[in-house]
Design a protein around this ligand. Structure first.
Ligand code: SAM
Length: 295
């Protein structure tokens, strides 16, 4: 691949040259899978499907496409995550709008949901009351509402901007009448013994670890979605405490956790009297979720 200037003097570039320039730029900023990411960006920019880009390598970008190319190239150079540049991300079977107001949905959270769908049957419980705490883009609440048509879903976030994005996603997916939105601190204000399921992917990164995250994450994704405080476990302990009150007898809690937090979270749930407490690994074998049942 011969090198192409990201900001060429000439008025326009071919699809092939733009693809090469974006790939090189993504490599420079240390992006994962630079060639594939550049292809996604070029598909979005040119309208040519990713796998057909090679066949259109000599096609010139239009003036409008060239203007968008320059805007995208700027964002790539600033190491913005691919999903923020594209403005959308895939989660389970859903396509979600995605921007700096909320965390980009992660594969670990898809694993959390896959576990819940495998574990829990809505045939055992009619119209289950499900609460998603720290909803962010709304990914968990929306995936539950899409999968369980009779679930009564409440989505909570401390931050208004995140809730605004989640609501926009619900409208786009035609699920807005299925979810109640609440701005608040964890489960505060939720009535006692009212929920069948509490699900949360809350911030669980300790501040010193947040400082060591890649600049792609640290400079672009909201700190309030990641940095949980000096220990990292602060919000999780508080939520486990509150869930004891909010869950009905037999209700369950599922939490996404950091890979070094499994033992502490298991201990916290057992000490509060939860039954069937289990820590489960993600796809690569790291502890990434804990679950328990309210007696
Ligand atoms: C790790 S992000 C997860 C977002 C989304 N659930 C997901 O899985 O992609 C954590 C979310 O929790 C929210 N949050 C942080 N502290 C909170 C609190 N005390 N109460 C409710 N939400 C909180 C953040 O605003 C953020 O949207």
């Amino acid at each position: 691949m011969s090198s192409v200037s990201l900001y060429p003097d000439q008025q326009t570039l071919t699809i092939g040259a733009a693809l090469t320039a974006l790939t090189e730029s993504l490599e420079r900023v240390g992006a994962e899978s630079p060639a594939v990411s550049a292809e996604w960006l070029m598909e979005d920019l040119s309208g040519v499907p990713r796998l057909a880009l090679a066949d259109h390598a000599d096609q010139m970008l239009s003036t409008a496409q060239m203007a968008r190319y320059r805007a995208i190239a700027d964002r790539v150079e600033r190491a913005e995550p691919l999903q923020y540049i594209l403005g959308h991300a895939a989660f389970m079977d859903l396509e979600l709008a995605c921007d700096r107001r909320a965390l980009i949905p992660r594969p670990e959270t898809e694993t959390l949901l896959a576990t819940i769908f495998a574990d829990y049957s809505t045939t055992d419980q009619a119209r289950p009351v499900v609460i998603d705490v720290g909803t962010g883009s709304g990914c968990i609440a929306l995936a539950i509402a899409a999968e369980w048509r009779d679930a009564q879903v409440t989505a909570i976030d401390l931050h208004q901007e995140a809730l605004a994005l989640a609501k926009e996603n619900a409208v786009r997916l035609n699920l807005s009448d299925r979810i109640t939105w609440q701005q608040g601190d964890l489960l505060e204000g939720v009535p006692p013994a009212s929920a069948d399921l509490v699900i949360a992917n809350l911030p669980y990164i300790a501040t010193p670890d947040w400082l060591n995250l890649s600049s792609e994450v640290r400079l672009h994704e909201p700190r309030s979605a990641l940095d949980a405080g000096p220990m990292g476990t602060e919000l999780l302990y508080r939520l486990i405490d509150q869930a004891l009150t909010v869950l009905r007898s037999g209700g369950r809690i599922y939490l996404e956790i950091g890979s070094d937090q499994g033992a502490a979270m298991k201990e916290a749930m057992l000490s509060k009297g939860f039954a069937d407490v289990a820590v489960k690994p993600d796809l690569v074998g790291r502890d990434r979720m804990v679950k328990g049942t309210r007696r």
